[in-house]
Design a protein around this ligand. Structure first.
Ligand code: UDX
Length: 441
């Protein structure tokens, strides 16, 4: 099939390359000339395992091109819209500027029978608001949310655990036009459909809500265990053992019960805020009032990690060498948007510590945001002379590959704060370190 993808950021670039790898002919369109130039040369504009290879392969095969010219979408049967919906500068709601601009630019080029498939995470009600304008061109609007995780984006796109498509429907159910649109999407995702991946066809509002409620649930799960960490801290309990124990209950499950400095990134924080804002607009703010608490718990944990460093250093970090291991919001990513790791580093710097920060992939992005911090590429170099060390992103380089004895030979003070509860506390203590976890004795 011929497909277009509008917006070649995180979502769009991965989607375009993944669709080309399925055999489709794909054109990616973005307003950013530099991004288009890089992508056209097969250069991934961010670190995402597997993306580079996919780009090189698909561009060489001639099935994948990138351009700034919207007219290039002509002839595509499906136009995916995957532009960003960041948090508004002066509020919690989603900033819809990019979605609106993309749709405005796209519609003059779509033909009757085409499908316009929204992928961006949007406030519920967005698709209903756009449907008429799309219908006026003879095309059909669907909403097809994306559930990809950074670090696994290629795999999640090519082989998702479910596909959700919101299509035109009435109180009587999906319309004929909606059925046709769903069939076209089935053809797009043919390998997943063939292997029996759940393919859920529903109305617009449900499809939009599936996305935000999934993220709200994940964020809640993380904040739940972080709330338990707070209780553990005043009772002497160990939150990691607690998580293991409750996680054995299949109804609860152990995943996303990792207590630590909490969630960040380009999705969860802004999505739960936008959801709260939208619910309030709908007069149902109280239904998701708990998400405000989820957000507050999450943000508190950064302060706790900082306090652990301060306390371990005798009440002040002023003019102390503190090494921060990690800057990305999670491992396998160079993304520092809303990164709790980077925030901890900035807070320690603000308290007068001499902060040295390292990360396997995110230094460049982190430096752009916080040039005041001292970035060091080499992990061991970063550890040299530290009065205290804090792990804030659980990269294998720190979690598995850093032996406490080796680290001990580099630092000045053997104090380690485990902001992700990812280290073997007993091993570090046995090597003479003072170990402090999050919600652990
Ligand atoms: C998330 C959703 O998982 C994905 O489905 C959606 O499409 C986009 O948002 P992503 O932002 O890539 O994906 O990251 P995710 O793996 O969900 O992690 C989010 C944050 O939660 C990270 O900062 C991570 O460190 C933190 N986290 C995760 C915890 O603090 N504890 C956990 O147990 C799991």
């Amino acid at each position: 099939m011929r497909l277009s993808v509008i917006g070649c950021g995180y979502l769009g670039a991965v989607h375009a390359a993944s669709m080309a790898s399925l055999g489709h002919e794909v054109v990616g369109v973005d307003v950013d000339e530099r991004k288009v130039e890089a992508l056209s040369k097969g250069e991934a504009p961010f670190f995402e395992p597997g993306l580079q290879e996919l780009l090189t392969e698909s561009i060489a095969s001639g099935r994948l091109t990138f351009t700034t010219e919207m007219a290039a979408v002509r002839g595509s049967q499906v136009h995916f819209v995957g532009v960003g919906t960041p948090q508004q500068r002066d509020g919690d709601a989603a900033d819809m500027t990019f979605v609106n601009a993309a749709v405005d630019a796209l519609l003059p080029h779509v033909s009757p029978g085409d499908i316009v498939a929204g992928k961006s995470t949007v406030p519920v009600g967005t698709a209903a608001g756009l449907a008429e304008r799309v219908a006026a061109t003879g095309a059909t609007l669907v909403w097809n949310p994306e559930f990809l995780r950074e670090g696994w984006a290629v795999q999640d796109t090519i082989d998702p655990d479910r596909l959700v498509v919101g299509v035109p429907s009435t109180s009587a159910g999906v319309t004929v036009e909606g059925e046709r649109a769903a069939d076209i999407l089935r053809e797009v995702y043919h390998p997943s459909v063939a292997k029996g991946t759940p393919f859920i066809v529903t109305d617009y509002a449900t499809a939009e809500l599936v996305k935000v409620s999934a993220n709200a649930f994940l964020a809640t799960k993380i904040s739940f265990i972080n709330a338990m960490a707070e209780i553990a801290e005043v009772t002497g309990a160990d939150v990691t053992t607690l998580a293991d124990a409750i996680g054995h209950d299949a109804r609860i499950g152990r995943r996303f019960l990792g207590a630590g400095i909490g969630f960040g990134g380009g999705c969860l924080p802004k999505d739960i805020r936008a959801f709260s804002a939208r619910a309030e607009e709908l007069g149902r703010g109280e239904s998701v009032a708990f998400l405000r608490e989820v957000d507050a718990i999450n943000l508190r944990r950064r302060g706790r990690a900082v306090d652990l460093v301060v306390d371990a250093l005798g009440g002040s970090v002023f003019k102390k060498n503190v090494t921060v291991l990690g800057a990305a919001f999670k491992p396998h990513s160079d993304d520092v948007r809303d990164s709790p790791a980077l925030d901890v580093a900035v807070r320690l710097h603000g308290l007068g510590a001499w902060v040295t920060i390292t990360d396997p992939e995110a230094i460049e992005n982190a430096r752009r945001l916080h040039p005041q911090l001292n970035f060091v590429d080499d992990r061991d170099e970063a550890l040299r002379g530290a009065d205290a060390v804090i792990v804030v992103t659980e990269w294998d380089e720190y979690r598995r590959e850093l032996a406490p004895e080796h680290a001990g030979s580099l630092v000045t003070g053997k104090i380690i704060v485990d902001g992700r509860n990812c280290l073997d506390a007993a091993a570090w203590r046995a090597a003479g370190w003072q170990y402090f976890g999050m919600g652990r004795p």
